[in-house]
Structure formats: C-alpha cells, structure tokens
Design a protein around this ligand. Structure first.
Ligand SMILES: Cc1cc2nc3c(=O)[nH]c(=O)nc-3n(C[C@H](O)[C@H](O)[C@H](O)COP(=O)(O)OP(=O)(O)OC[C@H]3O[C@@H](n4cnc5c(N)ncnc54)[C@H](O)[C@@H]3O)c2cc1C
Length: 367
C-alpha cells in the first residue's frame, strides 16, 4: 500500500457506500479499517430500518439524504436481491399528543416522505389489533433490510471496481503534505493519498483532530449515546413497526417495536449517554422495556422479554438536533479532506445518498 487517489477511513456501511459512490468516478481508491472485516461496529448494531424521512428538520442533510437514500436503497435491494421487507410503520399517539403527531406528519410531508397517512383508532385496530393508540401516522414506505447482505454486496461491488481494502489497519496519525496526506497505521504502514474521507463512525471526531482540526471550535466532538435492545421469545404480535412519538431533541426515536426479517419482535433502542464503548446489556432493565412495550401494545408478557444487543450513536455534542456533518475542509486549511461526523440514524438508510454526495464534492474539487 503506498499511493492512492482517495483513502476512505472506515469500512462501516457509510464508508462502503461512499467508496461505491466514488468508484463510479475515480480510480485508485483504498478503504481501510482497524477491524478484521467490514461493518463490525454501529453498522451491525442498529434497528435495520429503512426510514421514510419523517423526523428530521426541514432542509437538513438528514432529511434530504434519508429520502434520497431510501429510494436508492430499495432500488439497490431489488437490483442485487438483498433481502428486505416494506413492512410499513405506525407512529402512535394518545388524544393529548394529537397536535404533536400532526406537526410530525406535516414535517414528514415537507421532507418528502411519501406514503404517509394520518389514521384514527379504528384503522389502527384494523391494521394492528394489538396496538394501543388514538391516532397514528401510518408510513407505508418504511421497511427493514438485511444489513449484512447489503454491506457484503457493497464490499464485493467495490472490489469488482478495483477498490482495495486494508483491514486490521488502525489509523494513528494523519499528516498534511504539500499536496495530499500521509496516513500512518499503528502497524507502521504508511499511505500517501490525495484525498481522505473520514468515515470512522464513533471515532470520526478523533480522526478530524488527528489531522489538526480543533474539534471543539468546529462543533465536531462526539458523545456516545447508547441504545439497548430486548427481544421477545414468542411469535410477534404485530406485523408492522410501531413507534411512540420521538424525544423532543431526537436523542432517540423512543423505545419502539421492530421486527427482523425472520419475524422476531424486538424492543428498543433506549437512549442514554455513556463515557465508554461497552455493548453489554443489563438484564435488570427488563422492567423498563416491558413498561415501554406496554405503552404501545396489549398482550405483552414480561417473561418472554430478554436482553438482546446494544448499539452506540455517535451524537454530536451541542444543543438541539444536530445535522450530519459532511464537510470538505478547505476552509480550515485541509483541502481534499472530507469529514463525515455524527452519522447516526438515519445513516444506514441514507448511506447510498451520502456516497453520491461525497463523490459530488470530490468531483467538484477535481474539476
Ligand atoms: C441503536 C442504533 C439504531 C440505529 N437504527 C438505525 C435504523 O434503523 N436505520 C438507519 O437508517 N440508521 C440507524 N442507525 C444509524 C446507523 O446504524 C449508522 O448511521 C451507520 O451504521 C453508521 O455507519 P458508519 O459507517 O458511519 O459507522 P460504523 O459502522 O461505526 O463504521 C465506522 C468504521 O470505522 C472504523 N474505524 C474507526 N476508527 C478507525 C481508525 N482509527 N482506523 C481505521 N478504522 C477506524 C471502525 O472500525 C468501523 O468499522 C442506528 C444507530 C444506532 C446506534
């Protein structure tokens, strides 16, 4: 490994989709990851939901790239036989929460989340007899996918296009050269590259700092926001995803009910800040998950709720709802260095659109 036109740091779903987007227009691309294979961190620890694009502030990258990414992702799944299911989803609310629900519905429509319908109790019961709620947003475009198959296909398509992969390469230094960058890995490997895409997920702020960016001044510092999941060991009692109204600041979408492609019902993820990365799930939280499930569903039995897994959101520090950071850093003196920071949900849904967006940025620089 020596000279590359572009080096993507991080082989999660966003790094893989970005390399895929770039490979349509560039040669000499390298993707490196500190782990032995692709997609072992946040990309394997999420709800695997293809979001419609309802929640995010108008004109945000989250809204735009979620809506674009959803369409690209369904097309990709059709084209390459990636298992998915357009389950649909209900966001339920009580009488008292009706105004909040209507605001959310309007935001979804403005964002371009197609297939939304406001429904009342009777229709909720018709669709999902076990779901509680007086009103709901019924989102028909929401679905679930097999994330691992999706990432594997991206990996193989990248390889077909000549993209090289370097695993077990933990980036420990990045130096700016007169033209381009010198990346050093912990094992002593040195890579010279014209452009860098920092897609290092939970560590992306550290990598931005490594090149010399003041991450506090730039607003790039990440906090870890953990989400636990519990699963239900009896057959699912819903056939669609069921969500409560989201937290005001979108810290999380509220403990919800998801399904996987095998039909297993899961509750989660919760949302709380932690100082260190630790994926253990504490069984003593069962009561909390049971109570959260009871708010949405009739007929849940606590005895069948068990700890499943956890994921950690790379949340940007700061007030309110922070948008994805996708920045080419010429203005900070780092030409050709693209930071992807705070790529939390809906990063999986948006991944292909993020890839195109980054590719457009670097094509703009090249021309
Ligand atoms: C609980 C939870 C639920 C979610 N649910 C959904 C959902 O339903 N739908 C949705 O659209 N999105 C969801 N998301 C968001 C989605 O999972 C993420 O946006 C997406 O997986 C981020 O991918 P990534 O490639 O940026 O990060 P990651 O998957 O974390 O990949 C980053 C990669 O960088 C590598 N790396 C880090 N540091 C270095 C280094 N120094 N040197 C080399 N490599 C390095 C890591 O090893 C890792 O492989 C959820 C997230 C969480 C936490």
């Amino acid at each position: 490994m020596s000279d590359f036109q572009i080096t993507v740091i991080g082989a999660g779903v966003v790094g893989l989709a970005t390399a895929f987007g770039l490979s349509q227009h560039f040669n000499d691309i390298l993707v490196i990851d500190k782990e032995q294979t692709f997609g072992t961190e946040t990309s394997s620890r999420n709800s695997e939901v293809i979001h419609a694009g309802i929640y995010y502030p108008e004109d945000s990258l989250k809204a735009k790239l979620c809506v674009e990414g959803r369409k690209l992702l369904y097309d990709f799944c059709d084209r390459y036989n990636i298992p998915y299911k357009k389950t649909g989803k209900l966001i339920v609310a009580s009488y008292n929460e009706k105004d909040h629900l209507i605001d959310l519905y309007k935001r979804g429509v403005i964002n371009g989340a197609e297939g939304l319908e406001l429904i009342e109790k009777e229709k909720i019961k018709e669709l999902e007899p076990n779901v509680k709620g007086d009103f709901a947003i019924y989102s028909k475009e929401t679905g679930i996918l097999d994330t691992h198959s999706y990432m594997r296909k991206l990996y193989l398509l990248n390889k077909d296009k000549g993209v090289l992969f370097g695993f077990s390469k933990k980036v420990s230094k990045i130096n700016k050269l007169k033209s381009g960058y010198l990346i050093e890995a912990e094992d002593g490997e040195r890579i010279q590259t014209k452009y860098v895409v920092n897609s290092a997920g939970l560590y992306s702020d550290k990598l931005a700092e490594m090149v010399g960016i003041d991450i506090d001044k730039a607003g790039y510092r990440i906090r870890y926001c953990k989400g636990d999941y519990f699963y239900y060991s009896r057959p699912a009692i819903v056939s669609r995803l069921v969500y409560p109204l989201p937290h005001d600041n979108l810290k999380g979408l509220g403990v919800h009910i998801t399904l996987d492609l095998a039909g297993r019902m899961k509750f989660g993820p919760s949302a709380y800040f932690v100082d260190a990365i630790d994926y253990s799930v504490d069984v003593s939280k069962r009561d909390y998950f049971f109570e959260s499930a009871l708010k949405l569903l009739e007929g849940v039995n606590k005895d069948f709720i068990h700890p499943d897994m956890a994921g950690i959101r790379p949340k940007l520090k700061g007030e309110g709802v922070r948008d994805f950071v996708i920045n080419e850093e010429s203005q900070k003196g780092f030409e050709g260095f693209v930071n992807l920071i705070g790529i939390e949900s809906p990063g999986l849904t948006a991944s292909l659109a993020i890839g195109q967006y980054v590719s457009d940025i670097l094509r703009g620089l090249r021309n």
